[in-house]
Design a binder for this molecule. Structure first.
Ligand SMILES: C[S@@+](CC[C@H](N)C(=O)[O-])C[C@H]1O[C@@H](n2cnc3c(N)ncnc32)[C@H](O)[C@@H]1O
Length: 347
């Protein structure tokens, strides 16, 4: 049954407002006018509360609103390529820069494809992802398909990130972690972000948690330039101190209540420096990419043994999945609570 409320045309506007307030209107169907009467479509389950305003009827011929065509359908329609069904159905849109993979069979149509996607999705530049993220600086392997300027401003969770998407990664799969980290700190804390990049964690944390201080270390001069810009763009100069260099050399020592280790590959090798950054008791957010069958033991035992060598111990560890990294490999983060290893707190 498609329930609707039948009301006089003269009362329809007044009743419509009331029904919207109580969330009784079915947004999928159109209002239908029949002579002096109007049928207002109702959501299932809301007939009782709506019934006080008129007569409840069951529409035999409901009229549904047209759905706007999904972007992919629009793009597909506008392109004349041999295998339209293998056109990219997934893409990343950062500000006005678009990134996607193109299957080999469609390589020669790259420019036309890029233009069609750019038009529908509103991008100035289109990049082709040719090899994921590489190396110590975690740089994206991309080629320009359309345009030549990949610098953009991407807004997420009220934070503005400026970066050049042809030179610097931005992982959409880490969005939940960026949002979570934005709120884990507080005004009393000093934080050290060992792998700050363009400010993926530092800037949202400064904007939303406003800790006393964040030391943000970054080795890649290009990322560092954007880190500085993003600190200014988000007006958190009073909180974040950007530090250029290798965290093993430039990371401040004995200052942190919280250390962020947002890097994957060989993060465990940096644990001694994370412990050095800690004031005494604190939290270390340790990232790792780990084969599923080694979870949760491998990251926890790495943390425990590095803590012990540094004169600390792990008194609590909470492990969270961030995303699937590769088949069978999971990107995880451990929130490890750390205390100095001394006589008093020995088990
Ligand atoms: C790309 S970020 C990781 C992304 C982040 N986890 C996110 O949410 O998307 C890692 C950063 O660490 C930097 N980096 C790598 N080794 C470093 C080191 N030894 N010292 C300081 N920065 C380093 C890289 O240049 C890169 O900018």
């Amino acid at each position: 049954m498609y329930p609707a409320l039948r009301v006089r045309k003269s009362e329809a506007e007044e009743v419509r407002k009331k029904l919207f307030e109580i969330r009784a209107v079915d947004g999928e169907r159109r209002f239908i006018r029949r002579g002096d009467w109007v049928e207002i479509p109702l959501r299932e389950g809301s007939t009782e509360k709506a019934g006080i305003y008129g007569e409840i009827i069951a529409q035999k011929k409901p009229v549904f609103k047209e759905r706007p065509p999904a972007p992919f359908e629009l793009i597909k329609k506008s392109l004349d390529v041999p295998y339209p069904d293998i056109l990219p159905r997934k893409w990343e849109l950062f500000g006005d820069v678009l990134i996607f993979r193109i299957p080999k069979e469609l390589e020669e149509y790259g420019f036309d494809i890029a233009r069609a996607y750019a038009e529908v999705l509103g991008a100035k530049t289109v990049l082709r992802d040719v090899g994921g993220i590489e190396g110590e600086y975690r740089e994206p392997m991309v080629e320009f398909l359309l345009g030549d300027d990949a610098e953009t401003i991407h807004t997420e969770n009220g934070v503005r990130f400026k970066f050049d998407a042809s030179k610097i990664m931005f992982s959409s799969g880490n969005i939940d972690e960026r949002i979570r980290m934005a709120y884990v700190s507080n005004r009393r804390e000093t934080v050290v972000d060992m792998f700050a990049g363009i400010g993926y964690f530092s800037v949202p944390m400064a904007v939303h948690s406003r800790p006393e201080k964040i030391y943000a270390c970054e080795k890649n001069p290009v990322s560092f330039g954007y880190l500085k810009e993003n600190i200014g763009l988000n007006s958190v100069e009073d909180i974040i101190e950007p530090i250029l260099g290798d965290n093993r050399e430039v990371c401040p020592e004995n200052v942190a209540d919280r250390v962020i280790m947002g890097y994957v590959g060989s993060t465990d090798l940096f644990l001694p420096y994370a412990f050095r950054a800690l004031k005494s008791e604190g939290i270390v957010h340790y990232h790792e990419t780990c084969p599923e069958e080694l979870l949760p033991d491998r990251p926890i035992s790495r943390l425990k043994s590095a803590a012990k060598s540094a004169g600390y111990r792990v008194i609590g560890a909470n492990i969270r999945k961030i995303k699937s990294y590769a088949p069978g490999i999971i990107h995880i983060v451990v929130d490890a609570k750390i205390r100095p290893w001394n006589e008093e707190n020995m088990p």
